[in-house]
Write a protein that binds this ligand. Structure first.
Ligand SMILES: Cc1ncc(COP(=O)(O)O)c(C=O)c1O
Length: 372
């Protein structure tokens, strides 16, 4: 049978694209574990993966058991996520009616941009910080206004206030503890920022590791605050993709209209519920990671070419002195130790090391010392 051919002169497929999408820079994917193992010619067990702030202990045995025992994987998930929202309400102290679970915190960040930002609107970003805020805002045709952090990675509140006064910005992204610096956004600063006529998105992906408490409950008193959380870090199920947000009541009907009915899959739901039903297991693992962070920080301090920053999260950012951080990352990778490298404004010649198990810290230290 002859296939009809589209007229090649008249049809230029790329012209179908929305112009801001065509203009976007390409995404650089990370290499999956198995690919790295092949590239480095090392078995997966020999790789010390400290480059993505994952939880080295994974989910608790109770979660693994709940996943193994569940027998309704052939049935669609509950689009209203009733049980999960109830359990989350008990965990974070916010009414279930103001909580929305998502396919990772990343999905919530994208939803918020898509719900609020028209092409031409602006979002305020405070770099150096998590890369998805600017990615999602730009994906939605918005302009990202960067208000750089100070030398200690604090938010420049005066500059954010001055920028917000310009009127074009609708969203403000904040992160506490911040990724990749690990510092906390103090209450007084958050209060000042919440006085701005913007939707403030406070990303608390790492809050369980912090020395301070979550501000999720603040959503009841602040109409312009959304607090985004995740099961990827403390609960150790990054691969299952489960996040959620505590939102002001007025936003919820719009999120319900907007969200994909089955955005959270059944396995993530089962694992999330089991994590919340065994919260002591999660607290135990968080305690181990916090203790290891103290040890890791002290050890990194003893490496003559590193300057670590104190962190309230499950990672430590280090300035690299007198040598090239990209080369250091490559040299560590050659020994099977993976860390994240940065070289951009505010993060010149840096590496970020996730907090692993004690044996992983030992492998990292061995590799760092071999390069002294
Ligand atoms: C600050 C921050 N927010 C959100 C995320 C993504 O969370 P999730 O895995 O739930 O999409 C990350 C992941 O590294 C992060 O660092």
């Amino acid at each position: 049978m002859r296939r009809s051919q589209v007229d090649a002169e008249r049809f230029q497929p790329e012209q179908l694209l929305r112009s801001h999408v065509a203009a976007l820079a390409s995404y650089t994917p990370i290499h999956p574990f198995e690919v790295l193992s092949r590239e480095l010619n090392l078995p997966v067990e020999r790789i010390v993966k400290l480059d993505a702030n994952e939880n080295p202990y994974g989910p608790s045995p109770a979660v693994v058991e709940a996943l193994a025992e569940y027998s309704y994987y052939h049935i669609y998930p509950d689009p209203q996520q009733t049980d999960l929202r109830e359990a989350l309400s008990g965990y974070i102290g916010v009414d279930a009616a103001q909580i929305l679970p998502t396919h990772g915190a990343d999905e919530m960040l994208d939803y918020l941009c898509r719900i609020v930002l028209d092409p031409g609107d602006a979002a305020i970003n405070c770099p150096p910080t998590f890369g998805m805020y600017s990615f999602d805002a730009e994906l939605n045709g918005a302009t990202v206004i960067d208000v750089p952090r100070d030398d200690d990675f604090g938010v420049d509140v005066d500059a954010v206030e001055a920028t917000a006064d310009g009127g074009r910005a609708k969203l403000l992204f904040l992160t506490s503890p911040n990724n990749p610096s690990g510092n906390w956004l103090p209450d007084e600063q958050l209060r000042r920022l919440l006085a701005l006529p913007l939707l403030v998105v406070l990303d608390e992906a790492y809050v369980e590791f912090a020395d301070h408490s979550s501000r999720a409950v603040w959503v009841t008193g602040h109409e312009n605050l959304v607090v985004v959380r995740t099961f990827s870090k403390a609960a150790g199920i990054a691969g299952l993709r489960l996040g959620y947000a505590a939102c002001p009541a007025w936003l919820m009907p719009h999120l319900w209209k907007f969200k994909q009915p089955y955005n959270v899959n059944v396995a993530a739901t089962v694992a999330g519920l089991a994590s919340l039903n065994h919260i002591d297991d999660m607290a135990y693992v968080v305690g181990k990671i916090r203790a290891e962070r103290v040890r890791l920080f002290a050890l990194l301090h003893t490496v003559n070419y590193l300057r670590p920053w104190p962190s309230e999260a499950n990672f430590v950012l280090c300035a690299v002195r007198g040598r090239n951080a990209a080369q250091l990352k490559a040299d560590l990778a050659a020994q099977g130790v993976l860390v994240r490298h940065y070289n951009k404004p505010g993060l010149e010649n840096c590496i970020r090391v996730s907090v692993g198990r004690p044996d992983q810290t030992d492998r990292l230290m061995e590799a760092l010392r071999s390069l002294e």
